[in-house]
Design a protein around this ligand. Structure first.
Ligand SMILES: NC(=O)c1ccc[n+]([C@@H]2O[C@H](COP(=O)([O-])OP(=O)(O)OC[C@H]3O[C@@H](n4cnc5c(N)ncnc54)[C@H](O)[C@@H]3O)[C@@H](O)[C@H]2O)c1
Length: 286
């Protein structure tokens, strides 16, 4: 067990799968008590149980975090069970439809706005009074798509652009209360979304993702979680309003740069987190 988040209480939204699962497990391993928050059908019980089995502290919270009521209940769970809230990780998000804009459905657009934008607003609003008490911090999930936009899913890039600007605004406003707020911008990460078998990407998009970044591969959820850990910890005490891209260089890559990546770059590092659910993300519109 590490100590980088010793005695801290953290909420990780979307903690039942993919990157959120990796964040929850890594934070717990570094001493945080973690609320693993997700939709009622997400395997948040399993992730919390895994953490406890490994000697950490975690509890599941189930609810649709697009509503202020669920967001408030989630924060109350942290405070009632663990006494306070130090860290909010706004990681929950959806990527359900790939279509050119002319074919993009209104239903898909609204679903995207609710889950990627509204959820970040209500969770941040609900958590701030507690974070002001502890002089805590927030880390939000942006995306390379929030910087570059993304063809065939233009609304997704738009929602992430919102999150990135929103988080910078929060950093500016909340500095008066001693609350930091930062952004992690993942590139293509090895979760359900970036595999044609489990996500909305087709074979061509999957291949392009790997070609377009300087590593020639997807990042792992653990490689992203490492950066969340730094930003949420006291090591980042002078970091606020910052965007940390964890994208294998996709935002500076030009052309099929991944094809030229060294073999050592293309090899994913071995994980030592037990990520049972990294491929179990929900990809259908509910
Ligand atoms: N995977 C990637 O390549 C990638 C790239 C850039 C950014 N991101 C961002 O990282 C975050 C996590 O992505 P992932 O690939 O791990 O996805 P994932 O689907 O594996 O996990 C996301 C989790 O969030 C949950 N969730 C969604 N809406 C929710 C809601 N309203 N209430 C509660 N839980 C909700 C989902 O059910 C799911 O368990 C997202 O915000 C995503 O935009 C991912």
């Amino acid at each position: 067990m590490g100590t980088r988040l010793k005695d801290r209480v953290a909420i990780v939204t979307g903690g039942g799968a993919g990157i959120g699962e990796a964040i929850a497990k890594l934070f717990a391993r570094e001493g945080a008590r973690v609320i693993v928050a997700g939709l009622p059908e997400d395997p948040v019980d399993d992730v919390a149980a895994d953490i406890r089995t490994a000697g950490g502290s975690a509890l599941p919270f189930k609810g649709d975090l697009t509503t202020l009521q669920a967001a408030t209940d989630c924060v109350k769970t942290a405070v009632n069970e663990y006494g306070k809230l130090d860290i909010l990780i706004n990681n929950a998000g959806v990527f359900v439809e790939t279509n050119e804009l002319t074919d993009y459905t209104e239903e898909g657009f609204d679903y995207m706005l609710r889950n990627n934008v509204r959820s970040v607003f209500v969770m941040t609003k609900a958590a701030l009074p507690e974070l002001q008490k502890t002089k805590g911090n927030i880390v939000c999930a942006g995306s390379e798509a929030g910087v570059l936009g993304i063809p065939q899913n233009t609304p997704y890039g738009g929602t992430k652009g919102f999150v990135m600007a929103f988080a910078k605004g929060v950093a500016g406003e909340q500095a008066a209360y001693g609350v930091r707020c930062n952004i992690v911008g993942p590139g293509p990460i090895d979760t359900a979304w970036t595999h044609k078998e489990t996500g909305p990407m087709d074979k061509k998009m999957e291949k392009l993702n790997n070609q377009a970044n300087l590593m020639g591969r997807r990042g792992t959820p653990e490689e992203v979680a490492n950066v969340y850990l730094f930003l949420a910890s006291d090591e980042a005490s002078y970091v606020t309003g910052a965007v940390y891209m964890v994208d294998g260089g996709i935002t500076i890559g030009k052309g099929p740069v991944g094809d030229q990546a060294a073999k050592s770059f293309k090899q994913q590092p071995a994980t030592d987190l037990d990520l049972d659910h990294s491929m179990d993300g929900h990809t259908s519109i509910r």
